[in-house]
Design a protein around this ligand. Structure first.
Ligand SMILES: O=C(O)c1ccccc1NCC(=O)[C@H](O)[C@H](O)COP(=O)(O)O
Length: 173
């Protein structure tokens, strides 16, 4: 973690701590927000717009709602979260039966995001790396990005060299 913070500071960036959770109940959220004091909560499961609003109101933190995307219809249906979540994270849909709903290095068709009509600030995620992030930003029009496995040297192992390369690729645009 110390090395990671050095890399981020060396790139002249600040950090916010985001708690990423899948369909959490209030008990888990209570324990986590108390123990880790995150700056944001990311909901990466099947949370309804009502549940997103409830989490926001109950815990007093900004909420990022992840939207799983495979087709244009998935993006159109995300309108129900517009102005409910503080941020939306458009991520690739994982296959049925996958172990995780995110962090799998899968991409979706980036130009589909050009049809997103919402007003909520949003991020693009899914299969990004220093090699493709410029193209992803250009094709999707995303105002920001999120990355996980593209900066890992092995599953779950973040790599400071890959993180630095990713940050440089984004900052050079
Ligand atoms: O990253 C995980 O391991 C993960 C596990 C369960 C739910 C969500 C998870 N990640 C959420 C993210 O926001 C990832 O950064 C996003 O899915 C992009 O991942 P990747 O395609 O590996 O860059």
């Amino acid at each position: 973690m110390a090395e990671l913070m050095q890399v981020i500071r060396a790139e002249g960036m600040t950090t916010l701590l985001t708690a990423v959770l899948v369909n959490p109940d209030d008990k888990l959220l209570q324990a986590l927000t108390h123990a880790a004091k995150p700056d944001l909560i990311q909901l990466h499961g099947h949370e309804t717009p009502e549940r997103v609003a409830q989490v926001r109101a109950t815990f007093g933190l900004p909420v990022i709602k992840a939207i799983s995307v495979e087709t244009a219809d998935d993006i159109a249906q995300a309108c129900v979260y517009d102005a409910v979540a503080d941020y939306l994270l458009f991520d690739a849909k994982t296959p049925n039966g996958a172990d995780l709903p995110g962090g799998m290095g899968l991409s979706f068709d980036w130009p589909l995001m050009r049809a997103w009509p919402g007003k909520t600030p949003w991020l693009l995620a899914g299969g990004l790396s220093s090699d493709n992030v410029a193209q992803a930003l250009r094709l999707s029009g995303a105002p920001g990005v999120d990355v996980s496995s593209g900066v890992e040297s092995a599953p779950g192992v973040k790599d400071e060299r890959l993180i630095s390369g990713f940050l440089k690729a984004v900052k050079s645009l």
